[in-house]
Ligand binder design. Structure first.
Ligand code: AMP
Length: 286
């Protein structure tokens, strides 16, 4: 595996592999790798000739009161894990490479519009503009045939799929099911910040989704009722958490469904435990 920091080095490296039948797969991450990232790499390895992992903590997707400075960083450990997953290239660009004019000095952005304003976008204004822009930059640098994202961040995966469609990009987007701990907690680099009490309450996010899913499978189609069922589980199971939102939303528009669910939808939620915010979701399959 090669560690690459400059796009010029990256294109040399990718050029060496250039072959009309060779495919390049990209797994974009912010590092602090865990088993979910390993799963993305595993799927990428199975489906492509060349596997590129990017590790970049993107400042433009963090709000002013978010955890950019305390976000866990350990490139040495990430590198060892990526190597063991059969990764070929670890691309770890600097801020100077990704934002040559600085974040403040950048004029041109990819704006996901209304898709970026619902769900996570409500509490994190500008987050998806930062995400879409950095992923667009990574796609320009790596030119992957396929890119892999996790369902845990479903809004991100849907926005990137839409970016690719709307801008006529050729990368195919693959979304991998959420990887969980045995007790249902979705793996996240932020879980390390949970206290023992908060970690004890964290399984209630998945339990809340499961309760709503049970009702869904039993025929409940009213979105407010599904949300109420999930909220009830959270209020009992996560008394130290503050619920940011529980929302049934269309997977096409990401708009909240206010009455009957009659299109492909997802139930998504976010809970704040002190300074740590956890998110999760389940698709409401017809
Ligand atoms: P991050 O480094 O947190 O930005 O995540 C990098 C990629 O891993 C994103 O596509 C995430 O959606 C995905 N990911 C993170 N946690 C999980 C998880 N528990 N299950 C599936 N995918 C995940």
């Amino acid at each position: 595996m090669k560690l690459v920091r400059e796009p010029s080095e990256l294109s040399n490296m990718l050029g060496k592999y250039a072959h009309p039948l060779h495919t390049v797969g990209l797994v974009p991450t912010m590092g602090a790798l865990h088993a979910a990232h390993m799963r993305l790499l595993e799927v990428c390895r199975l489906q492509n000739d060349l596997v590129v992992l990017s590790v970049y903590v993107n400042p433009s997707q963090f709000g002013p009161r978010e955890d950019l400075t305390r976000y866990p960083r350990d490139l040495e450990r990430d590198s060892a894990m990526a190597k063991s997953a059969g990764c070929d290239v670890l691309f770890a660009p600097s801020d100077g490479v990704m934002y040559p004019n600085g974040v403040e000095g950048q004029s041109i952005w990819i704006d996901p519009g209304e898709l970026g304003r619902h769900l996570e976008g409500d509490s994190r204004p500008g987050h998806f503009r930062g995400v879409a822009t950095v992923v667009h930059k990574l796609f320009e640098m790596v030119r992957p045939d396929r890119a892999y994202f996790g369902q845990k961040d479903i809004q991100q995966a849907l926005i990137i799929s839409r970016m690719v469609d709307d801008l006529g990009m050729t990368t195919k987007i693959h979304t991998i099911p959420t990887v969980r701990e045995k007790d249902g907690v979705a793996l996240s680099s932020r879980n390390v910040f949970l206290t023992a009490v908060q970690r004890g309450e964290a399984p209630s996010l998945k339990a809340a989704l499961d309760a709503a899913l049970d009702a869904w499978r039993n025929g409940t189609r009213d979105a407010p009722t599904l949300e109420k069922i999930a909220r009830r589980v959270l209020s009992v199971g996560a008394p130290s958490g503050a619920v940011d939102y529980v929302s049934v939303a269309s997977t096409g528009t990401l708009k909240p469904v206010v009455a009957t669910v009659s299109e492909p939808a997802v139930i998504a939620l976010a809970v704040r435990f002190g300074g740590t915010r956890l998110i999760d979701n389940e698709l409401l399959q017809p």
